[in-house]
Write a protein that binds this ligand. Sequence first.
Ligand code: KIV
Length: 272
Amino acid sequence: MSTAKKEYKRVTVKSLTEMKSAGEKISMLTAYDYTMAKIIDNAGIDVILVGDSASNVMAGHETTLPITLDQMIYHASSVVRGVQRALVVVDLPFGSYQSDPKEALRSAIRIMKESGGHTVKLEGGSEVKESIKRILNAGIPVMGHLGLTPQSIYKFGTYTVRAKEEAEAEKLVEDAKALERWGCFALVLEKVPASLAQKVAEQLTIPVIGIGAGSGVDGQVLVSHDMFGMTHEFNPRFLRRYLNLYEDMGGAVAQYITDVKSIDFPNDDEQY
Ligand code: KIV
């Protein structure tokens, strides 16, 4: 059997299913702006998520709840302009899909039309069944999101690991199967025990992408600002930082200040 990795000129929802079948893990990172999206896409990421975590890392809110549909469209359209290969998934923000399925469809259509994103993602299982079905019926691919769902933080009360108790784990497995049955193309599982996440990934044919869900799933996602070390106060066990940009950028700014104050910058070569 050949182990050669299939090259994708453009990653689609179908490519992700193929990757799962071939046992190739899916890489996914968030981006919220053109420049970051361009860097991440050019490096060969499979999926870029325009996450509502923009509410935290771009706007400085404590939760993901305040970000609006208009703001998500702004971020997503900036990202789309920087992407040539990756599949672009856009989060439906809190309040744009929970109240009624028609509103959910209108929100999803706005994202697709106004940002050029390729799919939407939304949080929840059976509670948002009708909204998911309505969006899927319009031909818009939907990625599910179960486990820790930050839009429900005030219901949970904490950001601790979800589905440790049997009843919650059973509901999660049922919801995951239902999302597949309704036609979702993939699923994010956030902060759940690794053994449970692996069980879900094994039982589904659609890809399961984990964040804090162990290595037995079909792919991994991280918030890029965390992964680059631009944030430094958020230190969950699942986070691996690949750079320490908080310190590196701070150091660069300090050096710039020194150079400006000492009239070292600009030098003779840096002026007209
Ligand atoms: O908004 C986001 O960044 C997310 C990821 C944590 C999966 O939903």
